[in-house]
Ligand binder design. Structure first.
Ligand SMILES: [Zn+2]
Length: 166
């Protein structure tokens, strides 16, 4: 018995019904999506995509961190990505706390997190515009540059995608 038995059982069913795949690791629709780790988001489903179509990058708050940039550069150079959608969402936990709030919470539990930047989101629209600019101005994409970079907010209550910059 392990904490992961349910997942092994789920995979056994999945693999039994798996009909094989000739997909490659390239993004068939030339798309990368940066979104939040929020468990209500089904990035492929909400965009009308299927496995194989897009690279999905997720973290807390859908922030364009150094590691997201690194991954996007690799996705463009190696994996067929030609456009990027940054997609935060409504009711995001990252927009309800500040970094200092999280540090204080950790401190109450005897942990010092001050060496971590949590990239919390006090102003979601401002953070999204900042992150779009960060991708657009990175010098590491090959020409022709800029590649299309869009931003939209996913409404977790209606399923709608609300364009910010598309
Ligand atoms: Zn979120």
């Amino acid at each position: 018995m392990s904490e992961f038995d349910d997942l092994l059982a789920g995979n056994a069913k999945y693999a039994a019904g798996f009909t094989g795949s000739d997909l490659t690791g390239r993004a068939a629709r030339g798309l990368a999506v940066v979104t939040c780790m929020d468990s209500r988001i089904d990035p492929l489903g909400l965009l009308g995509l299927v496995p194989g179509d897009a690279k999905i990058l997720r973290n807390a708050g859908a922030r364009v961190t150094d590691d997201v940039l690194r991954t996007l550069v690799l996705a463009v150079l190696l994996l067929g990505v030609e456009r990027v959608l940054v997609m935060p969402h409504t009711d995001c936990g990252m927009s309800k706390v500040s970094d200092n709030d999280v540090h204080a919470l950790a401190q109450q539990q005897g942990v010092d997190t001050r060496s971590l930047e949590f990239h919390t989101v006090p102003d979601q629209q401002a953070a999204l515009r900042h992150d779009l600019t960060r991708i657009r101005t990175t010098p590491f994409f090959p020409h022709p540059h800029p590649l299309p970079v869009g931003g939209a907010i996913y409404d977790v209550h209606t399923g709608e995608l609300l364009p910010v910059e598309l």
